[in-house]
Write a protein that binds this ligand. Structure first.
Ligand code: NAP
Length: 272
């Protein structure tokens, strides 16, 4: 029996209950998955309750992704590298923290553009928040040759380069993002720009190579202005909804032993 939930504040917008309940039904696994609003000051007490109620684990969303680390007894490599936990597995009253965003980022690329070779490729990441760290971690594991990072606040990009400590990462100025497009195989927007209610990402794709792919991890709207511009230019695109769906898979597997699939039906339900 899987007993899980997502904790966050706010949490009502989360698509995780819909995704995990779909898989419970599809794979005929008995279980429950709820959304639990948890204020920052109640985090520790609420987590203790989940442990005492024999939960299999839980997902963690804003604003708890970093604070939860201190409550975990152990963390997997991905959570350590990214510096955030989005999934917790409870076993023998112990908490193991995972981060599945890097997996989700890479699986989304592989599924949306199976012909895109990441090994040896050069990527430009826009942004230097938690999602950018996950993208960098996934791309390094996929053996890309070079990662350029451009962020409005340059120091945050420098921090990522220092934390991953590899000469594959190069930080460039936010204002140099258009010039860099001529040197890359993959452009990934990991900023909040382009999301509903946020300003648009300002970037002209004039320098982008014809065979480069463009990924936007923003999924509301489904097709951002960035993806539309890339499509109009004839470039391959990778929408962010796939990352949202794929990042949930390792969590479900950790709690149930079954690695679930992302199906067109699931995608339809999440978009509805
Ligand atoms: P975060 O840690 O808060 O980082 C936000 C990033 O956006 C920072 O790099 C920030 O730059 C940049 N930014 C925000 N406003 C900006 C502006 N006006 N001009 C330039 N840059 C700006 O957030 P996150 O967790 O990394 O998430 C980023 C986005 O990815 C969100 O929209 C989130 O919904 C989405 N996301 C999607 C998935 C998925 O599954 N598809 C997963 C995770 C996240 P500064 O450092 O200069 O502030």
């Amino acid at each position: 029996m899987m007993r899980a939930c997502v904790i966050g504040n706010p949490v009502s917008h989360s698509k995780s209950p819909l995704i995990h309940r779909y898989w419970l039904e599809k794979y005929k696994i008995p279980g429950t998955y709820d959304a639990l609003a948890v204020a920052p000051e109640n985090l520790e007490a609420e987590v203790e309750k989940l442990v005492s109620q024999n939960y299999s684990g839980f997902n963690v969303t804003i604003p708890h992704k970093e604070k939860i680390i201190a409550l975990c007894d152990e963390r997997d490599e991905s959570a350590k590298k990214i510096g955030a936990v989005n999934t917790v597995v409870i076993k023998d009253k112990k908490l193991r923290g995972l981060n599945t965003d890097a997996f989700g980022f890479i699986e989304n690329i592989k599924t949306a553009q199976p012909g895109l070779k990441l090994e040896g490729a050069a990527a430009l990441i826009l942004g230097a928040g938690g999602a950018a760290r996950a993208a960098v971690s996934g791309l390094l594991d996929a053996d890309v040759q070079r990662i350029l990072i451009a962020n409005r606040t340059r120091e945050k990009a420098e921090d990522i380069a220092a934390d991953f400590s590899t000469n594959k990462i190069e930080v460039i100025d936010w204002n140099a993002r258009e010039t860099a497009l001529g040197d890359i195989d993959l452009l990934a927007n990991t900023t909040a720009l382009g999301m509903k209610g946020q300003p648009e990402l300002e970037i002209s794709l004039g320098n982008l190579r014809g065979n480069a792919a463009v990924c936007d991890i923003v999924y509301a709207p489904l097709e951002t202005a960035l993806l539309r511009a890339a499509k109009e230019k004839g470039n391959k695109i990778i929408p962010g909804i796939g990352m949202l769906l794929h990042q949930a898979r390792p969590a479900f597997q950790a709690w149930t032993g079954t690695m679930p699939e992302v199906t067109p039906e699931l995608e339809k339900r999440v978009l509805a």
